[in-house]
Design a protein around this ligand. Sequence first.
Ligand SMILES: *Cc1c(COP(=O)(O)O)cnc(C)c1O
Length: 358
Amino acid sequence: MNHTYNFSAGPAMIPARVLQQVRDDLPDWQGHGSSVMEISHRSSAFVTLARAVEEDLRALLEIPANYRVLFLQGGATQQFVQVPMNLVAPGQSADYLITGAWSAKAAEHAAAVATVRTAAQGADGFRAIPARDSWQLDADAAYLHYTSNETIHGVQFQGVPDVDVPLVVDMSSDILSGPLDVSRFGLIYACAQKNIGPSGLTLVIIRDDLLARSSAAMPAVFSFSAQAAQNSMLNTPNTFAWYVAGLVFRWLQEQGGLMAMDRRNRDKAKLLYDCVDASSFYVNQVDPGVRSLMNVPFQLADPALDGRFLEQATAAGLTGLKGHRAVGGMRASIYNAMPLAGVQALVDFMVDFERRNG
Ligand SMILES: *Cc1c(COP(=O)(O)O)cnc(C)c1O
C-alpha cells in the first residue's frame, strides 16, 4: 500500500483494509475459482452476497421495514431524472431547494421530465443556506428535493428539514458519515463513489408508498417498482461495486458504526477548519454554521501561489486537492475513508507551506 492521502471529491478514497480484501479475494472469490466479477448475478453465491450487503446496510442505517433498498446504476445524475419520472404525477410539480451546484443541477435535469418549482434559491456563490422561513413551499408538491451536502460548495445541512410533503434527498457525498433517521425521508439516493465504494453503483432507499407511485406505463428499467420487484436485478447490476460496497459496510461496522464515524468526521473537520481559521493565509468563505464535514473548500489569500501549493502537496503525498473550477482554490474531501492522520498530514503541510511562503 502506498502512503498517499487522496483528497479527491470522487471517485474518492476507499479504506485500505477494503482494498486489501479486494486484492486477496480477486482471483478466487470464496473458492469459486473466479473473481466476483465473473460469476452470474443470478447464481446463489451472488444472490446470497447481495442480500447480505443489503442487510448490513439496513443494520448500519437502521432502515425501517417499510423502505426498500435498490442497488441501481447511472449515478446520482440518473436519479435527477428517475426520481421525478417516478414520483411526480401528471399535473403535479416538485419543489427544489437550490443550495449549490448539485441541487441546481438536480432541478435542471428534473425539469426535462416534470414541472419543477424553486422553493428557495441560495445567493450567488452558495456560501449559506437560505433561512427556513424564506422557503416558498407548495403544500401540494409531489416532494421537496434537497442536497444534504453540496460537494462543490462545501455547504451541508445541519439537520433534516421539517416539511409536510415527502422529503427526497441527494446524499451522494454524506451518506453513512453519521447516524440518520431514515423515517424522516420519502426517498434517499446516493452515488457510491464518494462515501461508499466504486462508481457505477447508486443506492436508492425508498418508502413503500412512494414506490407505489411508479407508473406502469414507464419503461421498466427506469421504474423503481419494477426494479424493486426484481430485487435490483431487472438487468445485470454492477456486481463488483455491490461487492465492494458490502466490504465498506462491514468496515463501517468494525469502526464502531455511524456514531463512531460521526465523532471521527467531526474531529477531522475541526482540525482542518481550525487550521484555515487560524491563518489569514487561507480562507474558507462558507457560513460557519453550515460548513461541510465532508468537503472543505479553501482558498489561498494569494491565488498566485495555487500552482506551487498543489505541486508541493502532491510531492508530499497529498493528492486531489485542486478545487472545483466553480469555486477555485483548493478542496479537501475528507470522507469516511480519510483517516485523521491524513488530515493531520495536510494541516502540517499547510502550516509549513505558509511559513515558507507567507
Ligand atoms: C458527485 C455528486 C453527484 C453526481 O454523481 P454522478 O454519479 O456522477 O452522477 C450528484 N450529487 C452530489 C451531491 C454529488 O456529490
